[in-house]
Design a protein around this ligand. Structure first.
Ligand code: MHF
Ligand SMILES: O=c1ccn([C@H]2C[C@H](O)[C@@H](COP(=O)(O)O)O2)c(=O)[nH]1
Length: 277
């Protein structure tokens, strides 16, 4: 995970001090890209201990279309607690947009002068897998969580905004555009989560998992994470662990928590940090 350390160093060396919504203050760089080849191992940060459990459950929860934190809390995952309302709801966040992106289709009928629309919803994940199967050379394999009409109703507008898949020579690649990135707390989760998603998509469609390309808009280190980042950068990255999918799974929606095994993960101790709300 030298790439992750390099990104942190770039922000410390070239970033600019900024105010932000949470009132915490950051050092930020706008526009940063890193590439993680899954052939080198599974990109789980080794210079602090990460809980893969939270990452796997969060991804399965997104894929199920759920936007209430109940499933997460039942599985001991608390990372979304601060943003949920009293019923555990987050509004139409990732799961909703991935599986039920609302769309209107114009019809040729009218009501007086007003055009009539047909309301439907788009299951972007099913469509993605179907298109990979029917048109593997497609350059249109995109999933968007950014829905301008619904952003005001979301507890937090999506940070991982849009992603694209591309299959080249039997290898599947995935690129994420992340509009805003908490480099110390959120990003290690985001990298592992999208690498896992790539491994799952490659598994169900029969391709080799290739590169995860992480493109970031505002890449920031919060002012109250500086000591933690320095501690982490004083440590040396170790060889990456390996991910194994233990069972033959044919649908992207059939994965279970128990299907994943990580071997060879020998991280340095955990470094705790406050999350900016
Ligand atoms: N400021 C901020 N940073 C984020 O990374 C973030 C948000 N807000 N809001 C929405 C989600 C929630 N995410 C989070 C929230 C908390 C942790 C966190 O506290 N991580 C700890 C322990 C995690 C655990 O329980 O396994 C860590 O040390 O990584 C990580 C990601 C990512 N997102
Ligand atoms: O998956 C995620 C979700 C959130 N973040 C971080 C990025 C920012 O620090 C905050 C969001 O604040 P905005 O003011 O809406 O940008 O959450 C992340 O890194 N990864």
């Amino acid at each position: 995970m030298q790439q992750y350390h390099d990104a942190l160093k770039t922000i410390l060396e070239t970033g600019e001090v900024s105010t932000d919504r949470t009132g915490t203050g950051t050092v930020a760089t706008f526009g940063l890209q890193s590439r993680y080849s899954l052939a080198d191992g599974f990109p789980l940060v080794t210079t602090k201990k990460l809980h893969l459990k939270s990452i796997v459950h969060e991804l399965l929860w997104f894929l199920s279309g759920d936007t209430n934190i109940r499933y997460l809390t039942e599985n001991g995952v608390s990372i979304w607690n601060e943003w949920a309302d009293e019923n555990g709801d987050l509004g139409p966040v990732y799961g909703h947009q991935w599986r039920k992106f609302p769309a209107l289709k114009a019809t040729d009928r009218t009501d007086g002068d007003d055009p009539l629309f047909l309301a439907r919803s788009v299951d972007q994940i099913s469509d993605l897998v179907d298109t990979i199967r029917t048109s593997p050379d497609s350059r249109r394999l995109i999933v968007s969580a950014w829905n301008p009409g619904e952003v005001p109703d979301m507890a937090l507008p999506p940070c991982h905004t849009l992603w694209q898949v591309r299959v080249l020579n039997g290898r599947m690649h995935l690129q994420l555009y992340q509009r805003s990135a908490d480099m110390f707390l959120g990003v290690p989760f985001n990298i592992a989560s999208y690498a896992l998603l790539l491994a799952m998509l490659a598994h169900v469609t029969g391709y080799e998992a290739g590169d995860f390309v992480h493109t970031i808009g505002d890449a920031h280190i919060y002012s109250n994470h500086m000591e933690q980042v320095k501690t982490q950068l004083s440590r040396s990255p170790k060889p990456l662990p390996r991910l194994r999918i233990k069972r033959e799974v044919s649908s992207i929606f059939d994965f279970r928590y128990e299907d994943f095994e990580i071997t060879g993960y020998d991280p340095d101790p955990h470094i705790s940090a406050p999350v900016a709300v």
